[in-house]
Ligand binder design. Structure first.
Ligand code: R2B
Length: 310
């Protein structure tokens, strides 16, 4: 990302600048899965003021988040919210209003990476600046009751290393997982234990590449281990400081670091994996990351608006 400092007296403005210089010379480009033509200046310009991109697995959770943000940031009644741009197609759904853009990513890093490529290309084309990306997800906890919110301060992948394993031209490619610890602290600080119905913890996340064997479940269609080996896996994770298991954190943190965009992962536990394999949490726990991240975005936007007015 290139840092543009417009004048000595103004704060640094960090404009999205992706590490692919070829993008500048492509004649016609479109975002195939978002259904956006990058030559459509009217649509692209609607995204220029985006400061927060929120992603999460399901379209319904992202719509619920977008409605909550519209109401909380802009006092728009949840029932009447009209987005400046939205799409709901068979792959992904997205909702843009004011400073936020919410989009779902499906399950796992392959699905996530497709949408991330297209979202960050849109941010660059729209000349967005000072963007923060947050994943709001679900996960299994390690020794945490269902409904606990975990803010990731690291992510490990199979092999127990902080690297995202992907491929390039048929060869393995390992990208480092880098976490912005001040962003983690800022999000955690928005928790109000006296008001909120949920607990927040920070810790490492184990990013698996499968929901069943990859996460040590005994109830998959195939299972090549027993209860003792399952327990040893969880003990190892716990000893490494892992608080939760999901399937996207490492990809999101490594990809956004490579693109120079600040990012964080906030997930709610649906089951304590030391007790059970099957998620057992109430539906309402899915609102907990939404509540926490809404407070975070609101506080950051207030700070930005106050500093630009002073
Ligand atoms: C958590 O929940 C999903 C699987 O049910 C997956 O996206 C994840 O990481």
């Amino acid at each position: 990302m290139r840092v543009r400092n417009n004048s000595e007296s103004q704060p640094h403005v960090t404009t999205v600048r992706l590490p692919n210089s070829r993008l500048d010379s492509i004649q016609h480009d479109a975002l195939f899965h978002l259904g956006i033509d990058l030559d459509d200046e009217e649509t692209v310009s609607k995204f220029t003021n985006v400061k927060f991109v929120c992603v999460g697995g399901t379209a319904s959770r992202m719509k619920s988040l977008a409605s909550t943000l519209a109401s909380s940031l802009y006092n728009i009644d949840v029932g009447t919210v009209g987005f400046e741009h939205s799409f709901e197609n068979c792959r992904y759904s997205g909702y843009k209003l004011g400073h936020f853009f919410c989009v779902n990513h499906g399950i796992g890093t392959p699905s996530l990476s497709v949408v991330l490529h297209e979202v960050v290309k849109l941010l660059q084309r729209a000349q967005c600046s000072d963007v923060t990306l947050v994943r709001l997800g679900t996960c299994g906890g390690i020794g945490l009751p269902s409904g606990t919110v975990v803010v990731s301060d690291g992510a490990l992948t199979p092999g127990f290393q902080p690297v995202f394993r992907t491929s390039i031209l048929g060869e393995p490619l390992h990208l480092p997982v880098v976490v912005d610890q001040s962003l983690v602290a800022d999000i955690c600080n928005c928790h109000q234990p006296e008001v909120d119905d949920f607990s927040v913890v920070r810790g490492k996340t184990y990013c698996a590449d499968d929901f069943y064997q990859g996460q040590g479940r005994l109830d998959g269609a195939i299972c090549g281990y027993d209860e003792v080996e399952q327990k040893a896996f969880f003990t190892k994770l716990r000893d490494l400081g892992v608080k939760n298991i999901e399937m996207e954190s490492a990809g999101l943190l490594a990809f956004s670091h490579k693109c120079g965009i600040k990012a964080a992962v906030v997930c709610v536990t649906l089951v304590d994996r030391l007790q059970a394999d099957l998620p057992d949490a109430k539906e309402e726990v899915q609102s907990y990351p939404i509540q926490l991240v809404t407070k975070f975005i609101k506080s950051k936007l207030n700070t930005k608006l106050n500093s630009s007015n002073s």
